[in-house]
Ligand binder design. Structure first.
Ligand SMILES: [Zn+2]
Length: 212
């Protein structure tokens, strides 16, 4: 019995902690990796459109911001987001009528960014969307719509450089890329580089792109 004491001490204080450490690391590797991510590794920015923006229509036209949350500032934020793309843009948007965004998408395509767009087939029949998408098509930018118009393709999200861990980012929210969304509705847009969200939205985009 006395001879067994050193063995018990060894198992309790040395072998058991090592074995537990190995087991936990192996079983919960991904979870631990996420826990190790610091808050400062991720950012998010929330844009809100509310009654303060209802007077901003002219500010979009004049390119003149009235305050920090002016619709023109929000538009510039979204334009900068798109213009920062180096590798890819995956845009899934119920409707897109903002000329300024269209111009940025065409510029991105021309500098070699791999651009794919999914939109709604009913909204695509509206005059401004039809005009914008004709321009995208003329520039060789691929886009798809859902196979049937019985359901709306109602998503609003955009993935930038999704496969590059250092520069991947995305925005999503309630707002369509339209003038009405920027100045006439109550809307939100969230911009983030959260890796887990980007991966999940990316899976969904690829699934839709394959299905459509
Ligand atoms: Zn304004």
């Amino acid at each position: 019995m006395v001879n067994a004491i050193p063995s018990v001490i060894f198992i309790t204080f040395c072998a058991l902690p090592i074995a537990l450490h190995y087991f936990i690391n192996r079983k919960y590797k991904k979870l631990l990796a996420n826990l190790n991510l610091k808050d400062e590794d991720y950012y998010h920015q929330c844009l809100f459109i509310d009654m303060k923006n209802f007077k901003c229509k002219q500010h979009l036209i004049n390119k003149d911001e009235c305050c920090d949350h002016c619709s023109y500032n929000h538009l510039k934020t979204l334009i900068n987001f798109i213009s920062s793309a180096k590798l890819s843009i995956c845009l899934c948007m119920y409707t897109l009528t903002l000329k300024q965004i269209n111009v940025e998408l065409i510029k991105a395509h021309k500098r070699g960014v791999n651009l794919r767009i999914i939109t709604d087939q009913v909204m695509l029949r509206t005059e401004t969307a039809k005009f914008n998408f004709a321009k995208l098509k003329d520039n060789g930018i691929p886009f798809k719509v859902q196979p049937s118009d019985h359901s709306m393709m109602h998503h609003k999200f955009c993935l930038i450089d999704k496969d590059d861990k250092s520069s991947a980012k995305m925005f999503f929210g309630t707002m369509n890329l339209t003038g009405q969304g920027l100045v006439s509705n109550f809307e939100n847009v969230i911009l983030t580089n959260n890796r887990n969200m980007i991966e999940r939205f990316s899976q969904e985009f690829e699934e839709l792109w394959g299905d459509f």
